[in-house]
Design a protein around this ligand. Structure first.
Ligand code: FES
Length: 148
């Protein structure tokens, strides 16, 4: 069974002339989500290989702030709002280690899976639903469209 995600009102991503991921409206056919994913509107945002191992890429959104896509050394993919819960540092420019990222401004350690700062620091970078299938990274279109 196949489903179609109409991304004309959502946020699809494509590369601009500099290789950065940018919004690009298009319609993407995807395999129907698994039962556990019911209620999510999966959107193909990029190839897994677009996100470097132990690195990050930025997804530009029209509103609500950019999203940082991370990939651990083991190849797991995570997505957080690209804003540190401390003073808003760009987490996409931090250093990925294990399943955490060190903020480039003041070195807070943020969990990639849940966005939580490691104690004694307190705060959370908003996590986004993400899955990998067929070499592509999929995110929930509703979450990406949200302004907060
Ligand atoms: S802004 Fe990230 S640690 Fe201060």
């Amino acid at each position: 069974m196949r489903a179609t995600v109409d991304t004309r009102e959502a946020v699809a991503m494509d590369h601009d002339e500099h290789g950065r991921l940018q919004p690009a409206p298009r319609t993407v056919p995807i395999a129907a989500a698994a039962a556990s994913d019911a209620g999510l509107d999966w959107l193909d945002v990029c190839a897994v290989d677009d996100v470097p191992l132990q690195g990050a890429r930025v997804l530009k959104r029209p509103r609500g702030g950019d999203v940082a896509l991370f990939r651990s050394a083991a190849g797991a993919v995570f997505a957080l709002l690209d804003r540190c819960p401390h003073k808003g540092g760009p987490l996409s420019q931090g250093i990925v280690f294990g399943e955490r990222v060190a903020c480039p401004l003041h070195n807070w350690s943020i969990g990639l899976a849940d966005g939580q700062a490691a104690a004694p620091d307190v705060g959370c970078a908003r996590p986004f639903a993400v899955r990998v299938a067929d070499g592509r990274v999929w995110m929930d279109a509703v979450q990406l469209r949200a302004a907060d």
